[in-house]
Design a protein. Sequence first.
Length: 195
Amino acid sequence: MFIAPWGAPFYLLIMRIWTKALIAVCLPLSAAAHPHVFIDTGLELIIDETGQLTHVRVTWAYDEFYSLLILEDFRLDNDADGILTQAETEYLTGFDAQWVEGYNGDLVIARDGVVVPLSGPMEPTATTENGRIVTTHLRAVEGGGVPATGLSAKAFDETYYTYYDMTRPVTVEGGSACMIERIDPDIDGQLAQMQ
């Protein structure tokens, strides 16, 4: 038997090396978080005559690939003309409005830093635009409403499975004195701070 200069039998060294290599190969690699679904988002903030935010209408325009997967899974638009029949539209409507308990719809509305509780989705709609599924749903402010001052709205997924981009209109219905200010994230500044 060959003995290595440091006193261990050679076959034990080989076994240790192979064992470490096998463990390294078999261990799951931590996957970097990245989105799988991309959604262009729009909001309509609905203000009543007393200046209270009472509802938010949310628009989601899914990316082309995800839209294709949904249409194929549901066996819709079989003629591939990009136009759904009335029956297909009815079948598709609400496919993204079946939420599990506790899901916030990836939308946080806050007033002066306090989260405004919203209902689940109501009045869902669905259509297609240029090969993309576009849906809307209405959410009520629980408790009747909150003053429409100092509000912020963020559409985001904490797990980063879905990427939301506010590229569709953000509007106010009612409340003519309301002003909207869009604040884009400072990605470079946040990366510098993180480092």
